[in-house]
Design a protein around this ligand. Structure first.
Ligand code: GLY
Length: 422
């Protein structure tokens, strides 16, 4: 089986690495890829938001399966185009990708499926903003306001703040840019990312993971696309894991079938485990980054065969997934000033070691690896338990050098110390 992966982040590097371990995968291509993925796959620079360009590439490399990593091509309908060309695709249709592309749509699906989520209100008129702010945050008894961009924002459209002026300014900025703002009640509790391979009504859950969205240790500073992750979650009872699958993901998948937009691809449930039980923070229509880097490090089942089965509506025949024992931790190395405008073009050294996945990197003509984005590398450590995996990840990180870069030092620490309970 020849597989074409679309995307350029550490998530796509992790997908390619896991695909390369599948004995039935005979060839790998990636578009556009990065300096690290070039070691595993043929690189092709095409416009990944164009269905025509992706189809032409898939034909050129004789791909049997196209795996679309990022949300933007999915929301634009690239998976529909690939499937219409007769090529198996792992990734939801444009209609199903709306579960990430519009938070209002996702809330509607959840309400119809009877799934617990934060109460919310869409504000699309600046004249209604102040009254709406009064119905959320401290006036409503919540510790903070949660203000989100209704549409795609690469993880950076969310502001959680106890300062009304900060909440107001973020919402007003969104409205000024022509984006409706979603105000949401604050969900209190440890967060879980659960990725499920879905084809219509069949749901195959992967290991649960947790990511770290704030830039600084102790969950301080602004939100990012994700600074680290670990899997599995030693503090998450199996009963709660099953409740998420059976009472949240399966009903949502069934509701999408009922609406005539069956979801086929990776359905990512982002949840908070509140005192009342698991509640959905968001759904995404693709693998999460950086959780994928940790989750796939532990996958023993053949990834290519799994995604091919889902893409062909045969997931129910695939059987139970197999996992390696132990834990995995991902730590993201970010460029100076990230999540603001990152400094790019610096030489990265020590990035070729095992356990290092590339994201914002390119190879210069002289062969040097240079930074080209905010999140530059993901370092993945595995071990017999979370403490061992953490130690391994941070040991690998010691060998990497990038001027001005930063990373969090506390990924998975509270869980490893037994400080998270539900
Ligand atoms: N882990 C956050 C995201 O992928 O959106």
């Amino acid at each position: 089986m020849r597989v074409l992966v679309i995307g350029s982040g550490a998530r796509e590097h992790a997908l390619l690495l896991a695909l390369s371990r599948d004995p039935q995968v005979t060839g790998l291509s990636v578009a556009p890829g990065n300096a690290g993925t070039a070691r595993l796959a043929e690189q092709h620079d095409v416009d990944i938001t164009s269905g025509e360009a992706v189809i032409a590439l898939a034909r050129k490399v004789e791909a049997d399966l196209v795996v679309i990593g990022p949300e933007v091509p999915l929301v634009l309908g690239v998976a529909d185009a690939v499937r219409a060309a007769g090529i198996t695709c792992f990734g939801p249709s444009k209609g199903a990708a709306l579960i990430e592309g519009s938070k209002a749509f996702a809330k509607d699906v959840m309400a119809a499926a009877g799934v617990r989520t934060a109460s919310s209100e869409i504000v699309d008129n600046p004249a209604h903003l102040d009254a709406a702010l009064g119905r959320f945050g401290p006036p409503a008894g919540d510790p903070a306001w949660v203000v989100k961009d209704d549409s795609l924002a690469a993880g950076k459209g969310v502001v959680v703040t106890a300062d009304r002026e900060v909440a107001r300014a973020h919402a007003a900025g969104l409205l000024e840019a022509g984006h409706p703002a979603l105000l949401e009640a604050f969900l209190d509790g440890p967060e879980v990312s659960l990725f499920c391979v879905v084809d219509g009504a069949t749901v195959v859950p992967l290991l649960p993971a947790q990511d770290f969205k704030r830039v600084g240790d102790g969950d301080t500073g602004p939100n990012t696309g994700g600074m680290g992750a670990y899997a599995p979650l030693p503090w998450l009872p199996d009963t709660v894991y099953r409740e998420i699958v059976e009472q949240i993901v399966e009903p949502v998948a069934a509701e999408m079938v009922r609406r005539g937009s069956p979801f086929s691809g990776l359905l990512y449930a982002g949840l908070a485990i509140t005192p009342a039980g698991p509640a959905v923070v968001e759904f995404n229509c693709r693998f999460g980054d950086p959780e994928t880097q940790a989750v796939l490090a532990l996958l023993e089942s053949p990834l290519g065969q799994l995604l091919y089965a889902a893409g062909n509506g045969k997931l129910a025949e695939f059987g139970e997934l197999r996992w390696h024992e132990g834990a995995a931790v991902t730590v993201v190395l970010a460029a100076e000033n990230y999540p603001g405008r990152p400094r790019v073009g610096d030489v990265v050294t020590g990035s070729e070691a095992e356990g290092i996945l590339h994201a914002g990197t390119t190879r210069r003509d002289d062969g040097a690896v240079v930074s080209s984005g905010g999140r530059v590398l993901s370092v993945v450590g595995t071990g017999t338990d979370l403490s061992a995996a953490r130690a391994n990840a941070y040991h690998i990180m010691e060998s990497v050098r990038l001027p001005g870069s930063h990373f969090r030092t506390d990924i998975g620490q509270r869980a490893a110390e037994g400080k998270i309970s539900v």
